[in-house]
Design a protein around this ligand. Structure first.
Ligand SMILES: Cc1cc2nc3c(=O)[nH]c(=O)nc-3n(C[C@H](O)[C@H](O)[C@H](O)COP(=O)(O)O)c2cc1C
Length: 201
């Protein structure tokens, strides 16, 4: 099984190094209720502005609710459907754009949903599961399919499952699965003291 550990200048927490977005998911292994709860708890304990918890997570488990899973699957772009078909669990993350305490616009809502989703993905990695977040889906279709209130914003769909051998994938997904994971060098995105002054390694 491919591991694709992050290549770092100095050690980072092994869980962070290990998480990556595989597309090779075992269609025969399902996710237990307890595992799903563990993912939701991890998201729940993410920090958020005003402790508002603006994330809403819609779980679509192929094993227990195939109709909901099909509805979520039907919202995905074809390029995602090609490999997501094997994923036993789809989670739709939605942002509530107004603060609970005063109804004012929460401009950090999406930021907080991202944090909750990363918590969820890391918890999945800790459980030996793989996750793949996707922006490639029809948000209007998701709104309609699940009766999501109009003022909420779909953020991301997350495929969850057990990773399997890359050989189950056809092209171009097989090649993408084998490709090295890359990141911008630290100095490109990290500055020190003044804007544009690269952090010196
Ligand atoms: C908000 C978001 C949207 C993404 N959308 C897609 C997508 O629609 N399809 C896909 O195959 N991967 C998608 N990805 C996965 C990214 O391509 C992946 O995270 C990135 O290449 C880094 O790889 P890694 O997660 O393995 O480190 C998305 C990731 C994020 C965070």
């Amino acid at each position: 099984m491919l591991t694709k550990l992050a290549n770092t200048l100095v050690p980072i927490d092994p869980l962070l190094a290990k998480r990556w977005s595989s597309r090779a998911i075992d269609a025969n292994k399902f996710i237990s209720r307890e595992q799903i709860l563990s993912l939701l708890e991890a998201a729940r304990w993410a920090p958020s502005c005003y402790a508002d918890e603006p994330w809403r997570l819609l779980v679509c488990d192929k094993a227990t609710n195939p109709e909901a899973w099909e509805k979520a699957f039907a919202c995905l772009a074809e390029s995602n459907q090609a490999w997501v078909k094997n994923a036993p669990l789809l989670i739709l993350a939605v942002a509530s754009p107004r603060f609970r305490h005063n109804g004012e616009k929460n401009r950090w809502a999406f930021y907080d949903v991202g944090g909750a989703c990363e918590n969820l993905c890391l918890q999945a990695a800790s459980l030996g599961l793989t996750t793949h977040q996707m922006g490639g889906f029809d948000m209007a279709k998701a709104h309609a399919a699940f009766n999501i209130p109009e003022d909420l914003d779909c953020a991301v769909m997350i495929a969850v499952g057990y990773q399997t051998e890359a050989e189950i994938l056809s092209e171009p997904y097989y090649e993408r699965e084998l490709a090295a994971r890359t990141r911008q060098p630290i100095e490109t995105n990290c500055f020190e003291g003044s804007w544009g002054n690269s952090f010196a390694k």
